[in-house]
Design a binder for this molecule. Structure first.
Ligand code: ADE
Length: 115
């Protein structure tokens, strides 16, 4: 059986309760098949989101089909397939600070006021 092109072994979940534990995540998403990895967002930007990697693409589809709109601790889950072009290419805060520091150095900004 063929699958639509957007279907992926990795699903991207939004609107998770901030308090959800890794164990609860494995319990919920593990119902649809063997999980290779779960990465739960832990920064200001990524809290409430997670990537779940299934061993089998058909299990990822079952999870997406069943858990999209599913209610967890009074929140409705948003389940998408992983799409690399939609990942935040700006990177994390540390990367941004390092980029800013490099730009300031290149252009001679020293943090002092100039007249
Ligand atoms: N960020 C926002 N939407 C995304 C998606 N579908 N996959 C990966 N990262 C995302």
């Amino acid at each position: 059986a063929r699958l639509p092109p957007e279907v992926n072994r990795v699903i991207y979940v939004r609107n998770l309760p901030f308090s959800i534990s890794s164990e609860e995540m494995y319990e919920l998403f593990g119902k649809y098949g063997a999980i290779r990895q779960i990465r739960i967002g832990n920064t200001k930007e990524t809290r409430g989101t997670a990537y779940i990697v299934y061993e089998d693409i058909y299990d990822a589809k079952q999870a997406a089909d069943h858990l999209s709109g599913f209610n967890v601790q009074n929140r409705y889950l948003i389940v998408l397939y992983y799409n690399p072009s939609r990942q935040n290419k700006k990177g994390n805060l540390k990367d941004q600070e390092e980029k800013l520091r490099a730009m300031q150095e290149k252009h001679g900004v020293d943090g002092e006021q100039h007249a």
